[in-house]
Ligand binder design. Structure first.
Ligand SMILES: Nc1ncnc2c1ncn2[C@@H]1O[C@H](COP(=O)(O)OP(=O)(O)O)[C@@H](O)[C@H]1O
Ligand SMILES: CC(=O)N[C@@H](CCC(=O)OP(=O)(O)O)C(=O)O
Length: 316
């Protein structure tokens, strides 16, 4: 029937035009990424991948693809991962109690074995597998491999609120990174290998340490003088008193927001780690929302990077 076939033809032409418009938009986005690809080519970007951000399998798959894409365009991504919720799940299964003091897990001898098993074992290998399934060549390392993260027992004091006397906190086998053997990571720069690091440290006496993943990522970024330290978390970034996103955070503003309690809990070590990394030579650190699909690509390849940026005085 001629009328029907004419209508069908018009419909198909409209569909094709709509599809073409979608592809044109995608091509434009790719083209607009070119200046960013040139800017970051050959640079090191350390990505801290938190335990909350890896909970959703689809987000984890997209994260792995984004990391492979960075490497493919000549950027050197280094992934440092956490796994707090996964450690908690394993400790619960084994009916082992665990508590946090100032955002850090008090870690006794039994707990450090479980932490190492979960971080350097199942989680590390899952991320490696995701990246490799996305077409990359990821190699999993704990801080023990290649003497990567020498650590010491973290010493921290707190002020007793009644007497105002400083007392030492005993967090057990919680480590502070002392030295990063960076040539291990630098040897991957000129290869297609993507290092994926579990935040486990060691010392000369043979102790194993549980290191907060933010702290480990900051130390690695500082040692590599990375161009960017990206901290993927479960909020949009640093929020102000009204709950609005702070897009640029100076050291002075950070100090003020910590002092008045606006920045609290796990966000304090995160911000402090970013500032410390910048002091050590990282050009800029960004706290961003790991719950958003392609958060890493948005931050690196578009002007619409959506987190909180802290940068060195020399600029980013
Ligand atoms: N000013 C703030 N802006 C944003 N988040 C904040 C702020 N103060 C405290 N937080 C808390 O910090 C959390 C992020 O830290 P944390 O839970 O340690 O993250 P992760 O598990 O990703 O390392 C947020 O989920 C939020 O509850
Ligand atoms: C000392 C300390 O607290 N270590 C952390 C290490 C994992 C971590 O930091 O994981 P997220 O990044 O997912 O929070 C812990 O035991 O939970």
């Amino acid at each position: 029937m001629p009328t029907f076939s004419r209508d069908l033809k018009i419909m198909l032409q409209k569909d094709l035009a709509a599809e073409r418009a979608v592809w044109m938009e995608k091509a434009r986005t790719l083209s607009e990424a070119l200046p960013y690809m040139r800017r970051f080519a050959g640079q090191t970007i350390v990505v801290k991948y938190g335990g909350h951000a890896m909970g959703d399998p689809e987000l984890a798959r997209l994260f792995a693809r984004d990391i492979v894409l960075l490497k493919q365009v000549g950027i050197h991504p280094v992934v440092v991962h956490g796994g707090g919720p996964q450690i908690k799940a394993m400790l619960d299964r084994l009916k082992i109690q665990s508590e946090f003091v100032h955002g850090l897990r008090v870690t006794d001898r039994e707990t450090v074995d479980i932490v190492e098993m979960v971080l350097a074992g199942s989680i590390n290998k899952q991320i490696v597998q995701n990246i490799n399934q996305a077409g990359g060549f990821a190699v999993g390392l704990s801080g023990k491999d290649g003497n990567l993260i020498r650590a010491e027992r973290l010493s921290r004091t707190v002020k007793d609120p009644d007497s105002a006397i400083e007392k030492a906190l005993d967090l057990g086998f919680v480590g502070a990174p002392r030295a990063i053997t960076s040539h291990i990571l630098e040897s991957f720069r000129d290869s297609d290998i993507i290092p994926v690091i579990a935040p486990i440290g060691f010392d000369a006496e043979g102790h194993t340490y549980n290191i907060n993943a933010d702290t480990a990522a900051g130390a690695v970024a500082g040692a590599l003088k990375a161009t960017r330290l990206l901290m993927l978390t479960d909020v949009a970034g640093v929020l102000d008193q009204e709950g609005n996103l702070v897009t640029d955070l100076t050291t002075e503003d950070a100090r003020a927001l910590i002092a008045d309690g606006t920045i609290s809990g796990g966000m304090i070590p995160k911000v402090e780690t970013c500032l410390a990394a910048i002091r050590e030579g990282v050009k800029a650190a960004v706290i961003l929302d790991g719950r958003v699909q392609h958060a890493v690509l948005l931050e690196i390849f578009t002007p619409g990077g959506a987190g909180t940026l802290m940068k060195s005085a020399a600029g980013a």
